[in-house]
Design a binder for this molecule. Structure first.
Ligand SMILES: Nc1nc2c(ncn2[C@@H]2O[C@H](COP(=O)(O)OP(=O)(O)OP(=O)(O)O)[C@@H](O)[C@H]2O)c(=O)[nH]1
Ligand SMILES: [Mg+2]
Ligand SMILES: [Zn+2]
Length: 348
């Protein structure tokens, strides 16, 4: 395999090169204030060209970890279009996005099995992942701090249908085998989640070496903020992992349909409502209300869904149509990816 292929190159990127011979293509594996470390046809630290900087309208246009870039003489001249984008609203600036990782296939949504576990927050993260064009896997870490991790996993599985939920204890190196089905060669997996849940510890375990600095061992389940930059690393077996700094603030950056995606169970019920545009708010013949009444659907979950819908609709109005169309296109890719994933799983 060529170094590009090992790093996740494929037809999607190949066709964007237009047979270009004057540029070397490489993937951004680390980014730090204007300097980027790349690997591929060329390896090392590079910068964007003056022209690139000039043409970039917003921070989203700049390379992010996971991006493929065209390089000549240690200068980035081009960034190839992204297959998927993990972004969140930049802190304090609701209409500007911050790209956390690019060209990601799978996202490990990491949370800790402590009192910190918050299904509502997970649903918000899920919205972000679906919008990104990646497949989410919920990883419940710190199983050693729970008296009954298995029943916590089951309960969450019921609350979050259509998503795999895996329990691990990174510190005890326990249960990490369960992550193997998502760690294929040249597949990119990003780890997202609040600070201190153990993302870097998981990456280190999978790497079998202490590459990332981790806060001192904790016994109370509370973490400290350690990771400050994003990195992409290759683990034994060939999967590519992107560790990210913990998120303190997370606003869903999605359109209404991505919210619907994270609530497939409600969407399925809604298909049986009498009215096609039912708002599930007291209309006659509402299948969603019926499900809440007879306990098949959590009332909490319905109100969370409504809340996210309103929020997404608000975000939508703030953005232009092109961005919305883009999000829809990405969402379609997710749907296809999800279907492919389920199909493969059914076969094995
Ligand atoms: N008890 C327990 N502690 C863990 C486990 N995994 C990680 N930790 C501890 O949790 C703390 C935070 O771990 P990190 O890996 O630095 O967390 P992180 O998610 O990378 O945090 P940020 O980089 O700040 O986003 C450290 O003290 C780890 O030792 C686990 O499975 N069980
Ligand atoms: Mg970390
Ligand atoms: Zn209804």
């Amino acid at each position: 395999m060529s170094s590009r292929d090992r790093l996740g190159w494929g037809p999607f990127f190949e066709q964007q090169t237009g047979g270009s011979r004057d540029l070397a293509f490489a993937r951004v594996v680390e980014g730090q204030r204007g300097a980027y470390r790349v690997a591929g046809d060329v390896d090392g630290w590079v910068e964007v060209s003056g022209r690139f900087r000039h043409d970039a309208a917003t921070s989203v246009d700049f390379p992010a970890v996971g991006d493929w870039v065209g390089v000549r003489e240690s200068v980035i001249h081009r960034r190839l279009d992204r297959k998927s984008t993990v972004a969140r609203a930049a802190a304090g600036r609701a209409t500007e996005q911050q790209v956390l990782a690019a060209n990601v296939d799978t996202i490990f949504l990491v949370t800790a099995l402590t009192r910190d576990l918050n299904p509502r927050r997970l649903e918000r993260y899920l919205t972000l992942v679906w919008d990104a064009g990646a497949v989410p896997v919920v990883v419940l870490n710190k199983a050693d701090l729970s008296t009954d991790p298995e029943s916590e996993r089951k309960a969450l599985g019921i609350r979050l249908p259509f998503v795999d939920v895996v329990t691990v204890s990174a510190i005890r190196d326990d249960g990490l085998d369960a992550l193997a089905p998502y760690l294929h060669p040249a597949q990119t997996v990003a780890l997202l989640g609040s600070s201190g849940v153990g993302k870097s510890t998981i990456v280190n375990r999978l790497l079998r070496q202490d590459l990332f600095r981790i806060a001192g061992l904790d016994t109370d389940g509370k973490g400290r903020h350690t990771t400050t930059a994003r990195h992409l690393v290759e683990i034994t077996g060939g999967a590519l992992l992107i560790d990210t700094p913990g998120m303190r603030e997370l606003q869903p950056w999605g359109d209404e349909s991505s919210v619907a995606g994270a609530f497939d169970d409600i969407a399925t019920l809604a298909a049986s409502c009498r009215f096609g545009d039912c708002a599930h708010d007291g209309e006659p013949g509402c299948a969603v209300a019926e499900a809440v009444a007879d306990g098949r659907l959590d009332a909490d979950r319905l109100s969370n869904y409504r809340h996210l819908l309103r929020e997404a609709a608000f975000e939508d109005r703030k953005r232009d149509k092109a961005a919305a169309a883009n999000a829809k296109r990405r969402l379609k890719q997710v749907g296809q990816a999800m279907k492919a994933l389920y199909r493969d799983r059914d076969r094995s």
